[in-house]
Design a protein around this ligand. Structure first.
Ligand code: 9MG
Length: 363
């Protein structure tokens, strides 16, 4: 039997502070939770759930019952890790660790921007605009991982990303922005790190290339481990889970353990449930609506929903460039449950949304 905890009854601002002070809730980063769903998985299809009120259980301490022997309390994710490894700039614009990662697809075939940034000059200009808008991480990729896409030769991937890294490095260094390389390939990671990247975003969670973990272990920056079921070319054909949230949780937990065993300190690891990667619309909704579960992993959480196809399927079938509303709604839903980094195409609009959201949340 395996036990999971899902924080519920999430509070914010003064309500969160007062409820924690009164012993009615437990902290969850800048938020607090007053209920917890205790989930016990006894076997395939045998999942038992109980919701515990921390208020009722406390007095003589629901918090203690939850944190004491019986179930492990959802730990506070070590947010300061980002500032330790990447400088104080990443403590971010809101002061609560909300960070925007701006996407640069140096590819001819990306689903989301149709190759607009394949030309290095266009990619660099786009990255610079996102930095000016306040993005604290720029994520540069040279291989499309959209559903149905074929892998790209590593040499070609390197050829695509290096000029963009070189082109934004001076500006990024000057303003304390982190350059991330979006790749599954060890050689691309190494080339990008040599060129000035200091963060790795691997959609395969370091499982695609047997040399990737060793490359990541030699660095000091953050490493994003994302969950994907299958491979980009086939992952959307028939995704299947016993319970998607628990299965993704287990897979991320195993990836974190493998990364640590390979020498990557836990304080450098960021986890991401991989919205849209081997998931149906229903799977994506389940992951987003249960996002607080992933706080139990004890590492910062990244969410990527920007312009993804499921948004259009929930709306009116809009093309990728017309999915900003859905992207903001889905991103904020995850942030409201404890995500700290949001990977986006539309950095200025997302920053505006996050600033307003955080200001209301923190009153
Ligand atoms: C490269 N890439 C595309 N979508 C992504 C997502 O949701 N998360 C991460 N980490 N990378 C992604």
């Amino acid at each position: 039997m395996k036990r999971y905890l899902r924080p519920l009854g999430i509070l914010s601002g003064s309500a969160a502070r007062d409820a924690v002070a009164a012993g009615l809730a437990l902290p969850l980063g800048p938020l607090a939770y007053s209920l917890v769903e205790v989930i016990e998985r006894h076997g395939p299809g045998d999942i038992r759930r109980e919701i515990i009120s921390l208020a009722r259980e406390t007095g003589e301490g629901g918090a203690r019952r939850v944190s004491g022997g019986r179930v492990r309390v959802t730990p506070q994710p070590p947010l300061p890790l980002l500032s330790q490894t990447m400088g104080p700039s990443l403590s971010s614009f809101t002061g609560e660790g909300l960070t925007v990662m701006g996407i640069v697809n140096a590819t001819p075939d990306s689903f989301s921007d149709g190759g607009d940034h394949f030309d290095p000059a266009a990619a660099i200009a786009h990255a610079e605009a996102m930095i000016r808008a306040g993005a604290k991480i720029i994520d540069i990729g040279g291989e499309s991982t959209r559903p149905g896409s074929d892998p790209v030769a590593v040499e070609e991937e390197i050829r695509r990303v290096l000029p963009v890294i070189a082109g934004i490095r001076a500006m990024a260094d000057a303003v304390g922005v982190t350059i991330s390389v979006d790749t599954r390939n060890a050689a691309t990671m190494q080339a990008a790190l040599d060129a000035g990247a200091s963060m790795i975003n691997d959609v395969s969670g370091l499982t695609h290339d047997p040399d990737a973990a060793a490359v990541a272990a030699k660095t000091t920056g953050p490493v994003v481990l994302m969950h994907m079921q299958g491979e980009p070319r086939t992952m959307q054909l028939a995704p299947a889970y016993d319970d998607v949230a628990l299965d993704v949780y287990d897979a991320l937990e195993a990836m974190i353990a493998a990364a640590e065993a390979a020498g990557i300190d836990r304080s450098r690891i960021v986890a991401d449930p991989g919205i849209g990667f081997g998931k149906t619309v229903e799977h994506n909704l389940a992951l987003l609506s249960q996002f607080s579960l992933f706080r139990g992993l004890g590492v910062p959480l990244l969410v990527g929903v920007s312009r993804k196809g499921f948004l259009a399927r929930l709306s009116a079938g809009e093309p990728a460039g017309q999915r900003l509303g859905g992207s903001l709604a889905a991103g904020l839903a995850a942030i409201g449950q404890g995500a700290q980094i949001v990977r986006v195409h539309d950095a200025p609009e997302t920053l505006q949304a996050l600033r307003v959201f955080a200001a209301i949340r923190d009153v």
